[in-house]
Design a protein around this ligand. Structure first.
Ligand code: DX5
Ligand code: ZN
Length: 214
């Protein structure tokens, strides 16, 4: 299982220390949650913070944009050192164009759907993306409870990916711990995002390793 720890739950006063911890861990990438207070009811951090993280990170940066009009920021996200640019289905009326722009900028392109957005809506875009992120909580906050219906969505997405010949990876974000992580692994998820579970652990490096072994 690939693991993308979310920096949203890191200690922002010691961000370099926490990034170095992730560098030394079994994390496969680093998940960065950008929130605008419009698409989601919270504001997190923006491009200057991602640039600061990039200076210290030795793992790929997985940037999850919970913002309206993400297409306006493709080149800025790339210039921050992002490897994966992830936009929400719910804010992209011209999703195909946005996905092409992300790829043309040299990044991997990913699309995210909220818990209330059905997997079937991805039918005509799944072959074009490198990754699909299924939100297993309503986006905006770390430390929320996993929504169990996500398991069924992972299975539906796995079928849609196989049927379309897509090589998209399935990522899941929100409420991931050993128990929900095991269920997601069983259902066919490829990448787990984990924030609170990793950073509230007494030994985050061991916790990342345990998730990685799922
Ligand atoms: C929620 C964010 C998540 C968040 C996950 O809006 O997209 O990435 O950090 O947090 P946990 O793992 O604490 O549920
Ligand atoms: Zn996220």
């Amino acid at each position: 299982m690939l693991i993308s720890p979310s920096l949203l739950s890191a200690d922002f006063g010691n961000i370099q220390r926490d990034v170095e911890m992730l560098n030394a861990s079994a994390a496969d990438m680093i998940h960065l949650d950008v929130m605008d207070g419009v698409f989601v009811p919270n504001i997190s951090f923006g491009f200057p913070v991602i640039k600061a993280v990039q200076k210290h990170a030795t793992k790929p940066l997985d940037v999850h944009l919970m913002i309206v009009e993400p297409q306006k920021y493709v080149s800025q996200v790339r210039d921050c050192g992002a490897d994966i640019m992830n936009v929400h289905y719910e804010v992209c009326p011209h999703l195909h164009r946005t996905i092409q722009q992300i790829k043309q900028a040299g990044m991997k392109a990913a699309v995210t759907i909220n818990p209330a957005t059905p997997v079937s809506l991805l039918e005509d875009i799944v072959a074009d993306v490198d990754m699909v992120l299924l939100m297993s909580v309503n986006p905006g906050f770390g430390g929320q409870k996993f929504i169990p219906g996500t398991i069924k969505k992972v299975k539906q997405l796995r079928e849609l990916i196989s049927a379309s010949g897509s090589s998209a990876k399935i990522q899941v974000d929100g409420g991931v711990n050993m128990e929900t992580g095991a269920q997601l692994a069983q259902a066919g998820a490829d990448i787990l995002v984990a924030g609170n579970f990793v950073f509230s652990s007494p030994d985050p490096i061991a916790t990342i390793q345990e998730l990685h072994n799922l």
